[in-house]
Design a protein around this ligand. Sequence first.
Ligand SMILES: [Zn+2]
Length: 425
Amino acid sequence: MRIDRTRLEGTIEELGRVGATERGGLTRLALSDEDRRGRDLMVAWMRQAGLRVTVDQMGNIFGERAGEPGQPPVMMGSHVDSVPTGGKYDGQLGVLCALEAIRTLDDQRVRTRHPVTLVIFTNEEGARFQPAMIASGVMAGKIALEDAYNARDKDGRRLVDELERIGYLGSEPCVPRPLRAYLELHIEQGPQLEEEGLSVGVVEGIVAIAWSRLTIHGVQDHAGPTPMRIRHDALVAASEVVAGVRGIARELGGELVTTVGNLTVTPNIVNAIPGRVALSIDMRDPSDATLDLAQPRLDRLVAEACRREGVTYALEHYWRVPYTPFDRDVVAAVERAAAAAGSRHRRILSGAGHDAQYMAAIAPAGMVFVPSRGGRSHCEEEFTPMDDIEHGANTLLGAALELAGGDHWTASNPPPGSVRPSGAD
Ligand SMILES: [Zn+2]
């Protein structure tokens, strides 16, 4: 059984036009007018496919293809929001390949024991409302609904008010529900699959992540009359920390990645010695133990850099997610499906967070990766070749079918409720 590549390509192009940028990318921030138009288009396609569409309290959209009564569904999907000037593959590909898989089941007149449900999660990116993956977080019971509703964008608008404004404040409770499995296809957002000439990554888990914030307090003073010997420059200490954070990854080696991505300098003008610097530290590794080694190194690095410059500081390790392994049986099903689809594949870890991370807390979960050209994402240059998308979609279809217990309708195996031809018994 194979998906319809031309039809899939058509939906990728059509949804990609909603919020399209001039340079081939996408700006479709969560709960914006563009997000509403993208959602409306998806809902129309889901209804055309005969799915039973519902919306929950967090604006998550579900489209169910029926199975046998009382069976928990195989859920698959991703998100349709994007970062500003992002790409049209991140997230979208997951929901569109899931839709294509469902359309293929219909074309082939396949019935499944378990229902198959398409899901679109709200505000995965965290570009407009923080934290990221907020709606799957609520569903998994990791984020309180109240806190999510009160998340505000930079203009002070509340998430719940924006949900209501675009018409996606649903009534279904956003709580854990019984699931046979959760599957998510996503772009890799790294270079490994492309470098190795592979079409499909069988994702085994999501790396452990540690976030810290550091505020350095120096002495703000005039850049002219203040001699070098009496300065306490917060930015000089911060620059040592920035270089040192990279040094931690170099020293510990392996797959550890460390980043200072955000730096706020006060007063940030030409002729003043910086009195205050706030910065972020992001460290990720497949092993929790490596992060346990990295964190005290960060503590020492900051203490020494600040001592040398004679400045004070506050360092806070405020967010830590352990390594999230995906379900062994689901991973094996994805691997079998990739092999059956004739896709060049291997097992891989995700360096980025996804809704699947939260879903893994309440359901047997797994992911399918497809390559990102140049490893790039969250930019207009984001691209995945159609050949690889086709392999990924067929892998998703195969895994969903196996997990849902698929069967062809035949004379001796008719759809539920139909009359068996006489003599067939
Ligand atoms: Zn994504």
